[in-house]
Design a protein around this ligand. Sequence first.
Ligand SMILES: [Zn+2]
Ligand SMILES: [Zn+2]
Length: 365
Amino acid sequence: MHTSRAVVQTGPRRLELRELPIPDIDDDSGLLRVEACGICGSDAEQYAGVLPVQLPVVPGHEPLGMIERIGDRAAKRWGVNVGDRVAVESIIRCGQCRACIAGRYQQCRGRGRDGLFGHGYVPLDRPPALWGAYADYMYLDPLSIVHPIRKDIPAALAVMFNPLGAGFRWAVEIPATGPGDSVLVLGPGQRGLTSVIAARAAGADTIIVTGLTRDAPKLALARDLGADHVIDVEREDARARVRELTGGRGADVVVEVTANAAEPVAEALHYVTTGGRIVLAGVKGLKAVPEFVSDLIVLKEITIRGAFAVTSRAYQSAIRLIESGRVPLARMHTHDFRLEDAELAIRTLAGEIPGETSIHSCLVP
Ligand SMILES: [Zn+2]
Ligand SMILES: [Zn+2]
């Protein structure tokens, strides 16, 4: 085994399957045999060319796999060995910058030339090229972060550590959600559903999810995964429904995870209770938000936080929940794709394939 198949992105909407050399592993690094790579909205943005990623690159930032080779020092440091299954965090920190020193390695930009440095985002010209998980094998850097995960769980479920980790960070860790809190999740996509699961696991009291009329199947799934109420914002008066379902107060926590729509950001200020917390995690293509009444932030003393990445602690919460088998996560998984079908996978995710709806999907080399 001297080469690995890898999907290489050479330009916007241009992917090609190549054979790349498998690197030698030193004392501090490792080699992962990729079992599955989750795909999400970021993959679609990267494919479309709207993320600041240097090309050519092997994409794939949600890797799950087996340790194929590992250096002695890396094995000791990570506490894993050949044959162990691990989930790999996307971000590879530098360990030296202000963000890293402060323990906020999610914000590290120390090693990237103009942006993220992490699995799926490092260009091909930086040895050893196999940085992303759209491949049979992926290089593990000395500063990669790996989390052991049980081997008996189907790969398509184990790889949900990533979206579920986001749910724990965005809907629980950042807004400090706990028992007694009412949580309103705006958007029933993959991240909305994992926010529901995480909020439920954290002991939230009432969980409400909003969506459009065409989202009816996803809203039904949200109920199966732990939501108490769902609101069709096209057919119902959402502000009135939220008040009614929260005893007239509004939601303690609002998690905004809709894609591209700016309106829910402005609405969140109306849904949240006095002193409540809003977490913004859905990106809007850098659009401004119309009807954004900032006075509501002042008058209601609202806390608003942006959320982009995930923490190790949130990933660990996600892995423990996956391993517990307590939540019917398989209901969220819609598609497995082969490596050579990466393009189809992304277009399915982006809703470009008529008749197909993707909630959670992954590439399986
Ligand atoms: Zn992702
Ligand atoms: Zn750093």
